[in-house]
Design a protein around this ligand. Structure first.
Ligand SMILES: N=C(N)NCCC[C@H](NC(=O)CCC(=O)O)C(=O)O
Length: 444
């Protein structure tokens, strides 16, 4: 049986903008009110996805959400025509209008947690959409994310879809951004590593300045829902000090693939004991813990460059490549570290750089833009084929972006009823291109 890891990238939506919505995410705050370029953002994302397809990886795309979310504004008491709803929201609650206009669903590492069939009790691939309750603009994603995932992985024999966890601070869940899977082969049972920022244990340390978005209780619930074996799961706490320095998700400070965990030495607490647990659950075969020391890359450099928000991809059985943002090349310490890394004695021996700056300015690097789904050949055959990247889909999506997206968006544009019409027109076409059915509220 053939198996591999597929990456499903989030297509950047037509309202991509910089609204400073994510307290604790340094880039989001520092670029608040900058003028965005949705067309360029979508094309940067598509170029990365196409390049990975061209390198021989299985690459899929996940559709964006309907924004501005008029249904949400109506739920909050704004009424009348859609244009009136937008106008009232802009006048009375501009911060809410910004939240319901965010294209944040592009960061599909936060769409869901995924457990491959080799790890689950019923032998199906399990998906739990993240509730993303820490931020208003993200907390409204889950229902449509669930529909898009069901339209993409549409086969009950192979795929099991759960609801997002209840919306309560004890159950804050940010999806795959805090989840890494280590394994010998993608198709063999692995160790799923769940990283959390806080728990209900009042004695445990927690960040003082910025929110810890993921809780232990949420991670445990997802592991239960997915039917994971205790021997295949490790829960590890993020170092609260690094959360307070801008590491709002664990994928800003570590990334794992197969038998490699690439991490910053300050990423976790209780590191030695937890790594021993990982090693014992992983088994005899070699596991590479590739530690980046603070002396070589500071937390600040890691957060600025997104060194760890890289995709670590297997080229063959023994070598891996890092897919990194160009920001890593521009950071002196990080660039020097990467030059040394590929010469070290570990499987990482190549780095490819991509310009995803439109997304980076909101704190989303290459790894944020993708949801990993390890699949067998039979499972891949059951995925909606119109979501899988190939030359034809790339051409279609690029042409669609060229035709439908603006190349400039600022705060004042969010209340423009024309933007809503343009977005809906674009998404209606997209559901036909990707054959998703009526996933959006305006289509139902
Ligand atoms: N690390 C991962 N996996 N994802 C990155 C998500 C970035 C996103 N930024 C934003 O939502 C900013 C939106 C704005 O400010 O306009 C967030 O903070 O949730």
């Amino acid at each position: 049986m053939k198996f591999f890891e597929a990456n499903f990238d989030g297509l950047v939506g037509p309202t991509h903008n910089y609204a400073g919505l994510s307290f604790g995410n340094v880039a989001s705050f520092s670029n608040a009110n900058a003028v965005s370029n949705p067309k360029q953002a979508a094309k940067q994302g598509l170029a990365k996805a196409k390049a990975l397809h061209d390198m021989g990886f299985v690459q899929g795309m996940l559709a964006p959400q309907e924004r501005p979310d008029i249904a949400c504004l109506r739920q909050l008491g704004f009424s009348g025509s859609d244009a009136n709803v937008l106008q009232q929201a802009a006048a009375q609650a501009p911060q809410i209008l910004r939240a319901v206009s965010s294209a944040s669903s592009m960061w599909t590492a936060n769409a869901a947690t995924v457990s491959p069939s080799a790890d689950t009790q019923d032998g199906r691939v399990h998906f739990t959409p993240a509730n993303l309750i820490d931020k208003l603009h993200r907390s409204i994603e889950a229902p449509v994310t669930g529909r898009i995932l069901k339209a993409t992985f549409k086969n009950e024999q192979y795929f099991s879809h759960h609801d997002a966890l209840p919306h309560h601070p004890l159950l804050g869940d940010e999806g795959a951004a805090n989840h890494t899977r280590l394994c010998h082969e993608y198709g063999h049972a692995g160790v799923e590593l769940f990283t959390y920022g806080q728990s209900s244990n009042a004695q445990a340390p927690r960040p003082l300045k910025y929110p810890a978005r993921q809780t232990l209780e949420a991670s445990q619930a997802v592991a239960r829902l997915h039917g994971l074996d205790e021997d295949g799961v490790v829960f590890i706490q993020q170092n609260p000090d690094v959360i307070d320095q801008g590491v709002f998700h664990n994928d800003v400070i570590s990334v794992g693939n197969r038998n490699v965990l690439f991490y910053h030495e300050q990423a976790f607490i209780d590191t030695q004991a937890k790594f021993a647990e990982i090693q014992s659950k992983f088994g005899e075969q070699p596991l590479h813990f590739v530690k980046v020391p603070s002396a070589e890359v500071s937390i600040d450099d890691a957060v600025q460059s997104y060194l760890f928000n890289t995709q670590l991809l297997s080229i063959d059985a023994t070598s891996m490549a890092l897919i990194a943002p160009t920001n890593c090349q521009e950071n002196k310490a990080v660039n020097a570290y990467l030059e040394a890394l590929v010469e070290m004695d570990n499987p990482i021996n190549k780095v490819h750089f991509f310009d995803v700056k439109q997304s980076m300015q909101n704190g989303g690097g290459p790894a944020c833009l993708r949801l990993r789904v390890a699949l067998t050949q039979a499972e891949l055959n059951a995925v909606n084929p119109h979501t899988i990247m190939n030359d034809a889909l790339f051409e279609k999506l690029n042409a669609w972006v060229d035709k439908r997206y603006r190349d400039r968006l600022s705060d004042n544009d969010l209340a423009d009823p024309q933007l809503l019409i343009e977005s809906r027109t674009a998404l209606d076409e997209l559901t036909q291109i990707m054959q998703l059915g009526s996933v959006y509220p305006f289509q139902r």
